[in-house]
Design a protein around this ligand. Sequence first.
Ligand SMILES: C[S@@+](CC[C@H](N)C(=O)[O-])C[C@H]1O[C@@H](n2cnc3c(N)ncnc32)[C@H](O)[C@@H]1O
Length: 434
Amino acid sequence: MNAAVSLPLAQLLTHAAAAVQAVRGGQSLTDALERCPAAARPGAQALSFHALRWLGGAQAVRARLVPKTPPAALDALLLTSIALLWPDAGPPYAEHTLVDQAVAAAKQRGGFVNAVLRRFLREREALIAAIAHDPVARFNHPRWWIERLQRDWPGQWQAVLAADQQRAPMTLRVNRRHGSVEAYLARLAQADLAAHALPGTQAVVLAQPVPVTQLPGFAEGDVSVQDAAAQRAAPLLIGAGLSPGARVLDACAAPGGKTAHLLELADLDVVALDSDAQRLDRVHDTLQRLGLKAQTIATDAGDPPAWWDGRLFDAILLDAPCSASGIVRRHPDVRWLRRASDITALARTQARLLDALWPTLRPGGRLLYCTCSVFKAEGQDQIDAFLQRHGDAAPAANPESPGHLLPLPDNQADPPPGSGASADGFFYSLLHKT
Ligand SMILES: C[S@@+](CC[C@H](N)C(=O)[O-])C[C@H]1O[C@@H](n2cnc3c(N)ncnc32)[C@H](O)[C@@H]1O
């Protein structure tokens, strides 16, 4: 855990517990951490990430130790501390340090917190065994999520849940316009940053995450941060090649990772849309750093009369809004914020976007649909339903259209596996218009 900043642990625990309380109240962790003083943010983030990964177990244990729910702030401090003392999680601090600091953070309720945490430590094995029958406590995901994974992935659901508990690697995309992967690996080695490349791609996985300011040439656009699974999008859409100047629509573009990758790989005329004007500003920033250009429009991609000039696109990327169930390692709050009903609503939005964009694609053109979801409702089921509605759509076969990629080690069928690094969960379907 990288929480070793100079602030006292008690202070970091207070901020982390406030963030956990906010997530339990329905706010995103990113928003909650924004309210944290800048000096405490990295430490509070590391602690709250850990706490949210083990929140299911911590909630069940707390309910046994303290059956009457304490006030929300005190409860969040207890849950955060219990999660940080969880044995499977590789506790990041010595137990006595953690307990002492949690007691200090609790101020006048210190005696109570001390009693609860010390009892947890004394009876830890028995308590954890006693809650093991409860899937939420055991797998640290909501029940509906676990059941959906069981239905979608009868052979892999437990491995997917276990993978969600891991910390994701920091993966870079080397800008091919500025230099080769080999040359960038050499620059990383010079900067004492251990890393390895994923064969046949622009992806480089760092052994340890670092702030982007430490990456050689980041400000100059030599490299970007992007997970290996997300780096599949641009090469899949470009395929065997799009002619220079081809008209490409990136329908849900912000913050612009895939827009930039497309433009790094080919000279394209890209229109980038996003319904969120503030997020679209980040596309501008990204493209400016990389020295690339696209036309950007803040609009609802599902309403072409509002933004389309009537000229057909050669290729469309639809990186649709989704549950983000494939990137839980990077966003451990997502599992606790989503509701089962969100999946139905998201699937409806995805279908609306697919149907609205299809007429803007020229015959012979290609559309790549993707989501960072592991749920079939947002992946294969969505595409199967689309194919029923559109007789002029023909799905490409794997490897042009890899389908679901689960966030498991070596899930990258193409390029060849072997790096040992796992990538995020994604779904990719490439459709040709006949
Ligand atoms: C998965 S993110 C896109 C990530 C982006 N492609 C990248 O690689 O950086 C989905 C995006 O869709 C946008 N969005 C949601 N509904 C939309 C709509 N109806 N029209 C256009 N954009 C939409 C969201 O604001 C969000 O930025």
